[in-house]
Write a protein that binds this ligand. Structure first.
Ligand SMILES: [Zn+2]
Length: 125
């Protein structure tokens, strides 16, 4: 038979258990907050490093020639432009000089503004 406890002993034990649990929970909460702050610092460091690496990467050279494509199915080729011509549109495909000459030779018109035929010395005759 277990020893008899005075009245109220059980209540004191429950109160002590609750205090211990509360203290543990506060400790775990502090530790998790510390871990989160460490992770935030590491993420910020990696983001800074990524931004620095991206800034250090050189941009690819601009295309020498551009193939302007039309709208609609298959986006048919429309015209040849010099690489710096803004009339080619944002979805123009880059071309080498040989490809631009070949496209002009196949009857694709050159842009009237940047005049790739004159720049390439292309003579359609
Ligand atoms: Zn053009």
């Amino acid at each position: 038979m277990p020893p008899l406890r005075p009245r109220g002993q059980r209540r004191i034990e429950r109160t002590n258990d609750r205090r211990v649990k509360l203290e543990r929970a506060r400790t775990v909460r502090w530790w998790l907050a510390w871990q989160l702050s460490q992770l935030d610092q590491q993420i910020a460091k990696w983001e800074r490093e990524e931004a620095a690496a991206k800034a250090a990467r050189p941009l690819p050279p601009p295309a020498e020639w551009l193939l302007q494509r039309g709208i609609g199915q298959g986006r048919p080729p429309v015209a040849i432009h010099a690489g710096s011509c803004r009339l080619a549109g944002s979805h123009a495909a880059p071309l080498s000089e040989a490809e631009a000459r070949r496209a002009l030779g196949n009857g694709l018109p050159g842009c009237e503004v940047c005049d790739p035929e004159a720049v390439l010395g292309y003579d359609p005759a």
